[in-house]
Design a protein around this ligand. Structure first.
Ligand SMILES: Cc1cc2nc3c(=O)[nH]c(=O)nc-3n(C[C@H](O)[C@H](O)[C@H](O)COP(=O)(O)OP(=O)(O)OC[C@H]3O[C@@H](n4cnc5c(N)ncnc54)[C@H](O)[C@@H]3O)c2cc1C
Ligand code: FES
Ligand code: FES
Length: 490
């Protein structure tokens, strides 16, 4: 066991004991370190003003990702390199290329959002040498600016590469040395810290994690904390025991086999996206629409399933694909079809002390067509009004298998069984699709809430099925504002 939380902040080794288990990185930076370059805007992961970089060892290199410091718990930084806007300057105190480009392009007015934008750009600068316009937009989607407007910031994103290659950036030139220091911080001891009777427990080994989870069923399991962080910052909840899964490497592994992808429940959206895009391009596109990069760097697919939300984006698609989950209690494991995990609003088939260990996603076969759609008020960084995903298997133009997964249409993510029955064994034509669209009324009686009215949800749910039919039968149809590459018609 280890009782000291250790990480690097800029060039400094930080060692902390007796930490408040839910103290956020942002509060610690601003209130204890007086590093006030990192700002607080919303305290819920939406505005990006608090963006810092977190570097983690990835083989010989360090992979830096932007995260929202406002919803990340400090103790979860153990073993990482944290970079704030104060750390970007050159050794002589001058601005680095990203900061220079922001100044030259007039990318800042009041300046409140600027450090967050600079950090999001810095992540892009280190990760990619020649990003497309779409990629730049994506990298900035988690940052809000209310006075400058985005055009000068996007111009800065282009100009930073012209000022100097990323390899010469002060942070990049220190990467090898930082990697050696980070490696020295890694161990497989269980980290335990806490204060005032509250505890933060972070095992590194999977068996130990499972044993503690079973022995302490009242503990709050924390993965990426993109939900749990808000329980603390917005709902002011006091969580007596945190069991953090982020140090368990066995929960992050991603295995790509010919017939399926197996994801550790702690695989983040960012980590899982490439494998899921290869499994089905629409699944990759759906992941790209979840939160923004800061959220995708932390949030996990296991958390998106386990939280049981009726509007989580991945369950409808995973249900349509026929995914299963592996639940673990101590040493015992059981497999469950994902659709059977959701029992009712706020109720899931998960016993106390049990956790989601893996997600098994079958690869669609050659006869399968898969489409996934997210409908939200804003394109980026928004929660769905509804989500729909369809797996249609065809043999000689006849539907042999149909799995239609919907979110936001009921109290749980759910299959549309009546609509499926209207398709199976029938030709995949406009008439039968029309019948399935009508059958959706037998499957769902959606609610009106501030995201959408019941009537809107019903109409869109049906039209998305029609859209799927159009996309899979008409190669020329233009149905997407932002097309997902590689979507082949039938
Ligand atoms: C700004 C912002 C934007 C967002 N946008 C979207 C969006 O577009 N679409 C969307 O679907 N969601 C969105 N979310 C919600 C959230 O990011 C996701 O639900 C995310 O997948 C949760 O995963 P996590 O790892 O952060 O879970 P955590 O917050 O760590 O945990 C969530 C819940 O799941 C439990 N849990 C986590 N992992 C396990 C496990 N392996 N076994 C058992 N229980 C577990 C936790 O105990 C907790 O109850 C957004 C959140 C924010 C803050
Ligand atoms: S303060 Fe707004 S995202 Fe953190
Ligand atoms: S410069 Fe004022 S919020 Fe962006």
């Amino acid at each position: 066991m280890r009782e000291v939380v250790r990480f690097l902040l800029g060039s400094r080794l930080i060692e902390l004991r007796d930490l408040d288990p839910t103290q956020t990185v942002l509060d610690w930076l601003r209130l204890e370190r007086r590093l006030t370059g990192t700002k607080e805007g919303c305290a819920e992961g939406d505005c990006g003003a608090c963006t810092v970089l977190v570097g983690q060892l990835d083989g010989d290199r360090i992979r830096y990702q932007p995260i929202n410091a406002c919803i990340r718990f400090l103790a979860t930084l153990d073993g990482c390199h944290v970079v704030t806007v104060e750390d970007l300057k050159r050794p002589d105190g001058g601005l680095n290329p990203v900061q220079e480009a922001m100044v030259a392009c007039h990318g800042s007015q009041c300046g409140f959002c600027t450090p967050g934008f600079v950090m999001a750009l810095q992540a892009l600068y280190l990760a990619e040498p020649n990003p497309s316009a779409a990629r730049i937009n994506d990298a900035l989607a988690g940052n809000l600016c209310r006075c400058t407007g985005y055009a000068p910031i996007i111009a800065a994103a282009r100009q930073m590469y012209e000022r100097a290659p990323a390899a010469t950036d002060p942070l990049a030139t220190r990467m090898a040395e930082i990697a050696i220091r980070l490696r020295a911080l890694q161990d497989d001891k269980t980290l335990v810290t806490g204060r005032d009777g509250r505890r933060f427990i972070a095992p590194a080994r999977l068996d130990e994690f499972a044993a503690i989870c079973a022995a302490e069923p009242e503990a709050t399991l924390v993965a990426g904390a993109t939900d749990v962080g808000l329980w603390v910052t917005k709902a002011q909840r006091v969580l007596p025991t945190i069991l953090y899964a982020g140090r368990v490497t066995g929960l992050r592994t991603i295995e790509e086999a010919p017939d399926r992808v197996s994801l550790g429940a702690m695989a983040t959206y960012a980590d899982a996206a490439p494998a899921l895009s290869r499994l089905a391009p629409d699944l990759g596109e759906l992941i790209r629409r979840i939160g923004a990069e800061q959220v995708r760097s932390m949030g996990t697919i296991g958390g998106n399933i386990a939280n049981g939300s009726p509007i989580g984006d991945t369950p409808p698609a995973l249900i349509a694909l026929g995914a299963e989950i592996v639940l673990r209690h101590g040493g015992a494991r059981r497999r469950l079809a994902l659709e059977d995990y959701f029992l009712g609003y706020g109720r899931q088939d998960r016993a106390a002390g049990e956790f989601v260990e893996r997600i098994l996603i079958p690869r669609p076969g050659p006869r399968a067509r898969f489409r996934a759609y997210k409908i939200s008020k804003r394109f980026d960084q928004d929660i769905s009004a509804l989500c729909a995903a369809f797996l249609i298997e065809l043999d000689g133009g006849i539907v042999t298998r149909a799995r239609l997964g919907y979110g936001g249409m009921a109290e749980i993510p759910k299959r549309a069984r009546h609509a499926e029955a209207a398709l199976i064994g029938k030709p995949w034509d406009r008439t039968r699709v029309g019948a399935a669209m009508a059958a959706l009324d037998q499957d769902f009686a959606p609610l009106t809430d501030w995201r959408a009215s019941a009537g809107y949800r019903r109409k869109v749910a049906a039209n998305l099925l029609l859209k799927c039919w159009i996309e899979t039968t008409d190669p020329q149809a233009e149905t997407r504002l932002v097309g997902a590459a590689g979507l082949a018609p039938v």
